[in-house]
Design a binder for this molecule. Structure first.
Ligand code: ADP
Length: 399
C-alpha cells in the first residue's frame, strides 16, 4: 500500500509518499510561498534528482495538483498513476476535546476541524484547505486526519485544568491540550520496542527537543501530562517561545511597552526563549558555538534550557511514581550530546547513568546511551511523524 502524507501550512505544503510494505519513502517535497509571488515546488523521488519548479500556486488546490503531476511524472515521478496511491494522511493540529484518535475524514470531522479554528487559527484553516484540495484533485480517495492534540486527550482532569474559574473551561474551552502528540506517541512506542517491553507496562518520559520543544509523561502507553498547554507557548523555553512565565509579566510588559495583546503574543512566541535570552540566535548550534567562545548570555540560555528540562523530568517521574526510560528526540534531542549530558547529569536518583562514549553518537539509528545495568534507560530515538501518520492511515483504511 502507498500512502501520501501531507502537512499543510498557510503558505506551505510538505509531503511524503510512503510505501507501507517496507515503510520506505518513495518521494518527498515541499511547496512554498503558496498564495504569494515566487511560489516554488521542490520534488524528489528517492534515488532521483531533485526537481525545482518555480510556478504560480495561488492556493492549496493548485499546489496539490502540481504535486500529483510530479508524483505521476513518467520521467522523474514515483508512481505510474494516481491509482497506485491508496490513501492520504493529513497532519491536523487541533482536534479539541472531541478527537482522541486518528480518524477517517468525512463531513463531521471537517466540521470538528472547523470548530477548532479559534483554538488554532494559524494551523487548522490551512490543514482543512489541504484536505479540501485533495478532495478536489483526488475525489473518492480515503483521507485520514492525525491530530497533534489527540494523544494527550488521555490526560486526567487534574493535569489538563488550570487554576482558573471552571466556567472558563466550560465557556471558552480553556484547558491544557498539549501538542507534538504524534511525535510523543511514535517515540514512546519505539522506546517500548527497543526496551523489549509491552507499552502497557512501561513508564516513559519523552523529550521532543527541537525548535519547538515539549515533554510528555507516558504511563502504560497513555499520555498523562505534557508541557505544552492551551497553546504551544507553555512549558519549556524554546527557540523563540518564552515557555512558562509568571502570567502577571504579560500585563506588566504590555503596560511598559504600550503593546496590544497581538503585539505581546507575537513577542512571546517569536522574540523570546533562547533567542531572547542569548541575544544570539534561536538555533541551538549558533548558541552553543557562542557559549564555547565565552558569550555569557549564550551560556545562560543553554543553562536555563537544561534546567527547565530537568525540572519537568523530575516532576513527571514523581507523577508516574518512577520512570523506566527517558527518550530524547527531534533536532536537539537527536543531535546534541552536550544538551543530553547537561540534562541527565543530576538524574542519578532516578537510576539514570548516561555512558559518555555512547552519548557522543549522533547518527540516525535508535540508540540506548545508558551505562550497562542502569535502572532507567536513556534512549535517543529519531522522531518520524510522517511514518506515524502513514501507519495510522494504513490501519484505518485497512479496517
Ligand atoms: P522543528 O521544531 O522546527 O521541527 P527540529 O526538530 O528540526 O525543529 O530542531 C531544530 C533545532 O535543533 C534547532 O534549534 C537546531 O539548532 C537544533 N539542532 C539540530 N542539529 C543540532 C546539532 N548538531 N547540535 C545542536 N543543535 C542542533
Amino acid at each position: 500500500m502507498k500512502i501520501l502524507v501531507l502537512n499543510c501550512g498557510s503558505s506551505s505544503l510538505k509531503f511524503k509518499l510512503l510505501n507501507m510494505e517496507d515503510s520506505t519513502v518513495l518521494a518527498k517535497g515541499l511547496a512554498e510561498r503558496i498564495g504569494m509571488a515566487g511560489s516554488v515546488l521542490t520534488y524528489q523521488s528517492t534515488g532521483l534528482d531533485k526537481q525545482i519548479q518555480e510556478t504560480d500556486m495561488p492556493d492549496h488546490i493548485t499546489a496539490v495538483k502540481l504535486l500529483i503531476e510530479n508524483i505521476c511524472d513518467p520521467q522523474f515521478g514515483a508512481v505510474k498513476s494516481l491509482d497506485e496511491i491508496d490513501a492520504i494522511g493529513h497532519r491536523v493540529v487541533h482536534g479539541g476535546e472531541k478527537i482522541t484518535t486518528s480518524v477517517l475524514i468525512d463531513d463531521t470531522i471537517k466540521q470538528v476541524i472547523r470548530d477548532c479554528f479559534e483554538l488554532s487559527p494559524l494551523h487548522n484553516p490551512p490543514n482543512l484547505a489541504g484536505i479540501e484540495a485533495c478532495e478536489q484533485n483526488m475525489p473518492g480517495k480515503p483521507q485520514v486526519a492525525v491530530f497533534d492534540t489527540s494523544f494527550h486527550q488521555s490526560m486526567p482532569r487534574e493535569a489538563f485544568l488550570y487554576g482558573l474559574p471552571y466556567e472558563y473551561y466550560e465557556k471558552y474551552k480553556v484547558r491544557r491540550y498539549g501538542f507534538h502528540g504524534t511525535s510523543h506517541r511514535y517515540i514512546s512506542r519505539r522506546a517500548a520496542q527497543l526496551l523489549g517491553k509491552n507499552i502497557d507496562r512501561v513508564k516513559i518520559i519523552t523529550c521532543h527537543l527541537g525548535n519547538g520543544s515539549s515533554i510528555a509523561a507516558i504511563k502504560l502507553g497513555k499520555s498523562i501530562e505534557t508541557s505544552m498547554g492551551f497553546t504551544p507557548l507553555e512549558g519549556l523555553m524554546m527557540g523563540t517561545r518564552s515557555g512558562d512565565i509568571d502570567p502577571a509579566i504579560v500585563s506588566y510588559i504590555m503596560e511598559k511597552e504600550n503593546w496590544t495583546s497581538q503585539e505581546v503574543n507575537e513577542f512571546l512566541n517569536k522574540k523570546c526563549g533562547v533567542l531572547g535570552l542569548s541575544g544570539v540566535s534561536s538555533d541551538f548550534r549558533d548558541v552553543q558555538e557562542a557559549a564555547e567562545n565565552g558569550n555569557f548570555r549564550a551560556q545562560l540560555a543553554l543553562d536555563v534550557f537544561a534546567h527547565d528540562v530537568k525540572k519537568y523530568i523530575g516532576a513527571y517521574a514523581s507523577l508516574m511514581d518512577g520512570v523506566d526510560a527517558i527518550v530524547f528526540s527531534a533536532g536537539l534531542g537527536e543531535n546534541s550530546p552536550s544538551t543530553r549530558w547537561n540534562i541527565c547529569d543530576t538524574l542519578g536518583y532516578l537510576g539514570v547513568a548516561v555512558d559518555p562514549e555512547k552519548n557522543l553518537y549522533t547518527g540516525s539509528a535508535e540508540t540506548d546511551i545508558s551505562r550497562w545495568g542502569a535502572k532507567c534507560r536513556v534512549l535517543v530515538i529519531p522522531t518520524d511523524e510522517e511514518l506515524m501518520i502513514a501507519m495510522d492511515t494504513l490501519d484505518i483504511v485497512s479496517a
